[in-house]
Ligand binder design. Structure first.
Ligand code: FES
Ligand code: FES
Length: 145
C-alpha cells in the first residue's frame, strides 16, 4: 500500500502501481491538473510535491509514499492564490486558460521562497509552463504583485 497526503486528505492507495499522478488526480476529478503533452514538456499538469513543482504526467503514483501533494484546488481553498488570481484576471493574463493552473502552481512555489520576485525570476519560474496564447507578457506582469 502507498500512503501519501493529497491536499487535506491522507490517501491509502492500492490501485494500479503504474498509474501516473496526472491520471490519478484527474480520475478523482482534480481537473486543475490539465492533460497536455503527457511527455513532461508543457507544465499544464503541474502540482506541488513536497513544495517543489513537478509535471504530474512524469510521476508514478507508486513513487509517492510519504509525500505531500498539493493541487491548485487546495491552494485556492486555502486562499493562497487569491492575490495572484485577482491579478491574472485584472491584467488579462488568461486567454484560453489551459496553461493557467500550471503557471499558478509554479508561481506559488516561487512565492513560498521569495515574496518579492523580480521580472527575470518570474520569467525563469514560468519557463516550464508553455503558453500558446499570451506571449507571457501579461502573466509576467500579473505575477508582479
Ligand atoms: S501534460 Fe505533463 S508536462 Fe505536459
Ligand atoms: S492562455 Fe492559452 S495556453 Fe496559455
Amino acid at each position: 500500500m502507498i500512503r501519501f497526503r493529497l491536499n487535506e486528505l491522507e490517501i491509502e492507495y492500492t490501485g494500479h502501481p503504474g498509474l501516473t499522478l496526472m491520471e490519478y488526480l484527474r480520475s478523482i476529478e482534480l481537473f486543475s491538473v490539465k492533460y497536455g503533452c503527457d511527455t513532461g514538456s508543457c507544465g499544464s499538469c503541474s502540482v506541488l510535491v513536497d513544495n517543489n513543482v513537478y509535471n504530474s504526467c512524469m510521476i508514478l503514483v507508486e513513487s509517492l509514499h510519504g509525500k505531500l501533494i498539493e493541487t491548485l484546488e487546495y491552494l485556492d481553498k486555502k486562499g493562497e492564490i487569491d492575490e495572484l488570481k485577482e491579478s491574472f484576471l485584472d491584467k488579462g493574463a488568461i486567454q484560453c486558460g489551459y496553461c493557467s493552473p500550471g503557471m499558478l502552481i509554479s508561481l506559488v512555489a516561487l512565492f513560498r521562497i521569495n515574496n518579492q520576485p523580480d521580472e527575470s525570476e518570474i520569467r525563469d519560474t514560468l519557463a516550464g509552463n508553455l503558453c500558446r496564447c499570451t506571449g507571457y507578457v501579461k502573466p509576467v506582469e500579473a505575477a508582479q504583485l
